[in-house]
Structures are given as C-alpha cells and as structure tokens.
Design a protein around this ligand. Structure first.
Ligand code: 26Y
Length: 801
C-alpha cells in the first residue's frame, strides 16, 4: 500500500463511516478508520491461511484458555504487516498525533495476568513462525476490572471494553453451536443391545464465535483466535420468560473472574468453563468432518492444549462426542482423547488448584459427571494391584465429594508440562510426584517465553533502533541474534548510546507519571520496578519494607550518600483478596509520606501507577533500570515480566525462583543480584517446622523499626491494614519468610545502588541482559511445544501449494 492509497482509503472511510472529512476527524474516528484499513489488509491472507489449512488437511493445534490478554492490537498489526512507519509518518503529516490515535484503543484485557498474557504471546509466535495454531476462549463483555485508587484504596470499575465497538472481531453467525446444561440423562438400550444416553429437560444455549485474526510478523500467515459469546437460541426463547432467567444466561459470558489465586467454586465459573470448552470442541469436530476423514483418525489432525485446568472439561467433552455422537467404544474414544490432549500446569499453590463439588457437576453437567465418574472408575480398576492403594487414592479424580481437575488433566492427556525448569522439577519431585511415578514419560518442561516483537520492537523503539544500528536487523526475526551485542560490551560509544536510549524512555515515563499522578520524578534516579499481580507470595511487602528501611536511614542521617531511586509499582489485587488490598493501601500511604517529606528532598520517590495492564506495561518496562523478582523460592512457577524487563536492559533483583534461575544461568552471576532462601532451604523449613518470625524480629532492631511502623502511626491512615500486615508477619509466622530474606535483600540492594554509580559497569550489565534475552523468546518456546507436544509443522503461505 502506498502513502497515497492509504490517504485515499482513510479519507473515504472517514467519510463513509462517520460522515466527516478527514480534516475534522478526531483520534477516535482515525483509530476506527485505520483499524478498518488494517483489517482489510490482512483479510485476504486470513482467508488464504484458513483455506490452505483446509485443503492441506493441516494438522492444527488449538490452545484452549479461559484467559487471553492481547492488549492493544493496532500497533502490533501495523508492525506485522510492515505498515507501521508509513502509517505513522502519514498520520503525523496529516497533522495528527499518532500516539493519541493508538491510545484510543481499549486494551483487550480478557485475562488476569501471566497465564493470559502467555496465551497471547503464544498465539503471536505461532502465527509469526507460520505454525497452524489457534486460540479458543471466551468473549467476555467485561474484561479485567479497571483499578482506581481512592484515598489509597483500590476501587474496581467495570471494563466495558466493547462499548465503542471492536474493529478486530468478526462475528460468525453460521458457525454457532449449541451447548447444553442441566436436565437428566438416563441410559436407554438400543436395538443392538448397547446402552445410549438420552437427555431430557436440558437447557440449550447458543454459542456464537467471534473470530480475531492473529497476524504473523512479515509473513502471510493469519491464524484465528476464536472467542465465544452466549445467546438464548430462538427455539428456546419461550423457555426463558422472565428477565431474571434471561439475565442468568447472559451472565455466562459477561465478566472475567478477577481472581487468579483462589478457587471459589462458583457455578457461573463452572458454566463458563463448560461453555467455551463444549463450543470449541464441537467446532473442531465440525471442521474435522469437512475433511471427510474417518473419526478414528481425528488424532492425526487435531492437537488440543489445556491451559491450566480451567479447560479440563475438554477431556470428558471430547469423550462425550466420540461415544455419544460417533458411537465409538470407550477404549477407542479414550485412546483418541488422550493422544489429542496436553496440559500445562501454572502453579503449585494449593489454593489455586481447581476442585469442583461433585454435586454441582452432577446437577448442572450430568453427562460430564457420568463420563468423569467412568474415567475415575477405570483409572482405579486398572491400577489396582499394580500400585499401592494409597497412591491410587491420592491420584484418582474423585476424592470425597470433589472432582480434582488437575488429576483429570494428567490422567486424560499425553503430556503435562511445567513452565520453568525449577517448576517442572518440583512437579516431578514434590507436587505431582505420585503422577510422575505412574506416568514418567508424560512429564516435561517448557520454560515460558515472551514475544520480543511486542515487548522490545514495539514497546521500546529507541532500543530496537539502536540494536539495529549495532548488529543489524536479523534479531527481529531471530531473537538469539541479540547475542551479537556481546561484542560491544567494552565499546564505550555503544554503551553510551544504550544509556541514552534508556534515558529517553525514562524521560517519557517520568512525563506519564507526572501527568497521571502529579508526582515529579528525576530521570537520573534508579527506576526500580515491580509489576505483577498483588500477591502475598510475590512479596511486594518485602519491597516496601526495604523502602521503609531506606527512609529511616535517610531520616536518621539526612546527609548520608544516597543514590536517588524511584520505586514504581503496578499491581491489581483480586477484589476479594483483602490482604493484598491492605498492601496496596500501605504502599500508597508510604508513598504519600515519603514523597512529601522535605528531608528526603526527592532522593526517594514511590509511585504506584493505577490500573496496571498490558499497555501500561509497555510504558514502564522500557524505562526500568531494576526488575524486582522477589517471590519466595518455589512459589512463582515461572514469571514472565522478569523476561520482558531483562530484554529491555533492566537488571534483575532475584530470588532463585521460577525462570529467574534460568535468567541467572543466561547472564551469569555478575549480571544479576540474587539473594534469599533456596528451594531446599524453604522445604527444609517446611519439613522441620522450625521457622520463627518472632525470633528474627526479636534479634533485629531494623526489622523491629520497619514492622512497628505499620502499627505505631509512623505510616499514617493504615490502622486496620497496618495491623493486618503486622499480624501476618508475627502472629501468623510470616508464611512467605519475608523476615528471613529481608537482610540479604537489603544487602543486594545496597550493592546495586553502589554499582549504579559506576555508569560503565552498569551499562555493560544492562547490555548483557539484553544480549542474553533472546533465548526467552516465546518463538522458541512455541517451537518446542510444536515439536515435542503438538507435532505441528510450519506452513509456508508464500509458496504455492
Ligand atoms: C482457578 C482460578 C482461581 C485461577 C485463575 C487464574 C487460577 C490461576 C489463574 C492464573 C494463574 C497464573 O497467571 N499463573 C502464572 O502463569 C504464568 C504463566 O505461566 C507464570 O509465569 C506465573 O509464574 C504464574 O503465576
């Protein structure tokens, strides 16, 4: 597309869609019109991709996830299509601010955090590596809540992201399917003496797919993210007479559950899980029928991935279709199902493991219940005598009055993976050890990754351009080529240029901070960043304790040498997670105290940015000097912000947890600040039960002063929250061992501050972090899933078939 064609197209669309002239358009109209142009640009490739997969009878993977977190899509689509520079310069020449146009787009925030963002990175990588892989999920009317602070407290507002329309989606009426809930199922004998399930009094809902193109980077691949929305089918209109009844139905895909740690066992959540799973599996089977292949070979054409246990019902739903609709035997159906399914575990935290009440499943999903019961029965029967009874009892799916979804996933799939080496090892040796005894060959590791296209190329153009200038542009397609930056570790000119790029990003973030919070920060201070969901195990509180220590040091000794620092937080707390909310309040009050204390004289600033989401991450990450990855060892399955920050040249302060271990191995000990308890030490405390927070407190006056600040009025306005925090540490014995890790944490922070003064040393460390970050590209992660688990191969759409 030439510049002239683009302007002409833009002019026409603004006219036709808004009855306006281009000259009078605002960023809103411009965003919609450019979005339409971009969509039109990839429409043909999208169609071709689908057509080619169909004609080739391509084996495809389907990534089932109850969360997807793509963020904004205009800039990434423009970049993938190679149109970014032209469109940007043209828009600016026309007298508009391109940034403003981009900012019109609502984030697509249909996810809580890491798991949902990982799903979106994976889709991007599948398309960019020409791999035939699709997403399947829910089109929530409301994404993750918007966060506001009122008097330092988190307040949640609805995220009505669809209010102004969604240029990227296509509603596919003709591909709607029915999903059935409730009713009774009984077994009826057929003529040939078999038993067939017959259902009565079911409630039938309609699932409408909305498809979004996933545009590959500089290739012609456009894959599909299919999200399902619920409707009352016309045939059922009469049944849902009252407004309440209709609302019950519409509630199904109304909101994303905003909790990523505590399973609450809610019926609507269970219904969501079955709804998108059933719709997705039906749509896969319907597509497979088009290939005119026997059902007994479906596993040669379909790979289904279960992202955490939320889509676990894929297993019984596939069984239902093979058994009830294709009349296959149990054995045949089971063989096909297990060979199609694979599962990723994202957590070892007990509270986040899904367990559904038997009665709830039995009443609302009676056929699923029957099938799960039979899977469980056969599992027990087949293992009895071969393995100890207690092992069988610990691994079976139905235990007491609950269905253990992780057990269902492992038993019903051929692959179970963790998301970082340490995490996968813990699954084998501790968390899922019993299963590892049963199925050692099913366990594997797939360390998470990120897409540098979004997190470096797009979010950090100053750095990306500088990398181009230094080593050429091949890294944009092959991220490990960034390793060539290692040749410039001693090159002062290059180091200074990298420092300038960082400075430019810090300046931009400083502006944003001032605009949104009124806080002025010095761009030459250390920008110390912790961005992630608010969770006790992630230990934002440890960071806050260190901030308080620095504050007291300066108060005691105002003349001391102190390397100026700006602490930047971004974090949402689940609305029902009161402890996490108390920590938000405490951080905000400490920020208020320190930011306005004349003695501190701007040497410390604490900034908690509201509404952390993908697009805010894109602003913060390029400007970070320090990346806080300080979860208690064993608790963070992988982490992915650690990789994004590293790639952008931030230095990590890390516990030996999740993928931090692999980051250290990549950059070397000298280029990361590690501290804290190791996995072994944590488990030793658990085994020996001899951790005493009180003992640590009693011996350390600094810790006493820091903790007392929460309850003695030093930090104002946190009577209740301060007490809750104080109690969590002392009365309830500090579940995540903050007090034990506090001193070593402060020590590495002090070292870091000193190192920061040595600009050359720091810049070298930063360069090495970027240089070594290529291995964390999700391009490679996805390639390993494709090779080891899904067995899918690239399809070159440039080539004629
Ligand atoms: C069942 C419900 C309460 C639930 C909902 C969401 C449970 C868990 C989640 C989300 C979990 C999640 O985001 N986990 C994170 O996944 C990332 C991608 O693998 C990891 O990097 C990160 O360590 C892990 O906490």
């Amino acid at each position: 597309m030439t510049r002239e064609e683009f302007i002409e197209d833009l002019r026409n669309r603004v006219r036709e869609s808004f009855a306006m002239e281009l000259e009078t358009a605002t960023p809103n109209e411009l965003f919609v019109a450019i979005g339409q142009i971009v969509r039109a640009c990839y429409a043909k490739s999208w169609h071709n991709t689908r057509q080619r997969y169909l004609v080739n009878k391509q084996r495809q993977s389907y990534y089932f996830s109850i969360e997807f977190l793509p963020g904004r899509m205009l800039k990434s689509n423009l970049m993938s299509l190679g149109l970014l520079d032209m469109v940007r310069s043209t828009v600016e020449e026309l007298g508009f601010e391109f940034e403003e146009v981009l900012n019109v787009e609502n984030d697509m925030a249909l996810g809580n955090g890491g798991l949902g963002r990982l799903a979106s990175c994976f889709l991007d990588c599948l398309a960019s590596r020409e791999l035939p892989g699709n997403g399947n999920g829910i089109r929530y009317d409301y994404g993750l809540f918007k966060q506001q602070f009122v008097d330092g407290y988190q307040v949640e507002l609805p995220d009505a992201w669809l209010k102004s329309g969604n240029v990227w989606e296509v509603r596919r009426e003709s591909e709607a399917v029915e999903v059935r809930f409730g009713g009774n199922v009984y077994m009826q004998p057929t003529k040939d003496g078999k038993l067939k399930p017959v259902a009565e009094n079911e409630r039938i809902l309609r699932a409408i797919p909305y498809d979004t193109g996933v545009v590959g980077y500089h290739n012609d691949t456009v894959n599909t993210l299919r999200l399902w929305s619920v409707e009352v089918p016309e045939s059922e209109e009469g049944k849902y007479r009252s407004i309440e009844e209709r609302r019950m139905v519409e509630d199904l895909t109304a909101v994303l559950y905003p909790d990523d740690s505590n399973e609450q066992g809610r019926l609507t959540r269970l219904s969501q899980e079955y709804f998108f799973v059933s719709a997705g599996i039906q749509s896969i089977v319907r597509y497979y029928k088009k290939l005119k292949m026997p059902i007994s070979r479906i596993n040669e054409y379909v790979a289904i991935h279960i992202n955490d246990t939320h889509p676990a019902l894929c297993i019984p739903e596939m069984m239902r279709i093979l058994l009830d609709e294709f009349d296959l035997s149990w054995e045949k159906s089971w063989g096909l199902t297990v060979s199609m399914m694979s599962y990723t575990n994202h957590t070892i935290m007990q509270e986040a493991l899904e367990k559904w009440p038997l009665q709830m499943v039995k009443y609302h999903l009676p056929r699923m219940f029957q099938i799960i019961e039979e899977i469980d029965r056969r599992f027990v029967t087949n293992l009895t005598g071969l393995y100890p009874d207690d092992l069988i009892q610990r691994t079976r799916i139905i235990q007491g009055d609950q269905i253990h979804m992780a057990n269902l996933c492992i038993i019903g799939s051929h692959s179970t993976n963790g998301v970082a080496k340490l995490h996968s090892d813990l699954l084998k040796s501790v968390v899922l050890h019993d299963f590892y005894v049963l199925y050692p060959e099913r366990f594997n590791n797939k360390t998470n990754g990120i897409t540098q296209r979004r997190w470096l190329q797009q979010a950090n153009e100053p750095l990306a351009n500088l990398i181009d200038k230094t080593i050429g542009t091949s890294w944009r397609k092959e991220p490990t080529d960034m390793e060539r930056l290692m040749n410039y570790c001693e090159d002062n000119e290059v180091l200074v240029a990298f420092e300038q790029a960082k400075q430019q990003n810090k300046l931009a973030l400083a502006k944003y901070i001032e605009k949104t919070t009124n806080i002025k920060v010095q761009p030459n201070a250390i920008f110390d960043v912790q961005i992630k969901r608010l969770h006790a195990y992630k230990r934002q509180l440890l960071n806050l304790m260190h901030i308080l220590k620095c504050y007291f040091d300066l108060k005691d000794n105002p003349e001391m040498d102190f390397v100026p620092r700006v602490w930047i937080f971004g974090a949402k707390a689940a609305p029902s997670y009161t402890y996490a909310k108390a920590i938000i309040k405490a951080i905000n009050e400490v920020a208020n105290l320190i930011n306005h204390d004349p003695i501190i004289n701007d040497r410390m600033k604490v900034v908690f940015l509201e509404n952390y989401n993908v697009s805010l991450a894109e602003r913060i990450i390029p400007a970070a000097d320090v990346s806080e990855q300080i979860s208690l060892a064993t608790k963070e399955a992988s982490g992915t912000s650690n990789m994004k920050l590293m790639s952008n040249g931030a230095i990590t302060v890390a516990t030996m947890d999740g993928a931090n271990v692999e980051i250290r191995a990549a950059v070397g000990d000298e280029n990361i600040y590690t501290f804290g308890l190791t996995e072994e030490e944590v488990y030793r405390y658990y085994e020996q039960g001899n951790y005493s927070a009180q003992a640590i407190y009693d011996q350390d006056p600094v810790i006493q002063r820091v903790l007392n600040a929460f309850v003695d009025g030093t930090i104002p306005n946190i009577q209740r929250e301060g007490q809750e925090i104080f109690d969590s540490l002392l009365r309830y014995n500090d579940e995540f061992f903050l007090l034990k890790d506090f001193v070593p944490y402060c020590q590495v922070q002090a070292k870091l501050s000193q190192d920061y003064l040595n600009r050359e040393k720091w810049q070298k460390m930063s360069l090495i972090n970027t240089a070594k970050s290529g291995i964390f590209s999700a391009d490679y992660t996805v390639q390993r899933y494709a090779d080891d688990i899904w067995q899918i191969a690239p399809v070159d759409l440039h080539k004629e078939k």
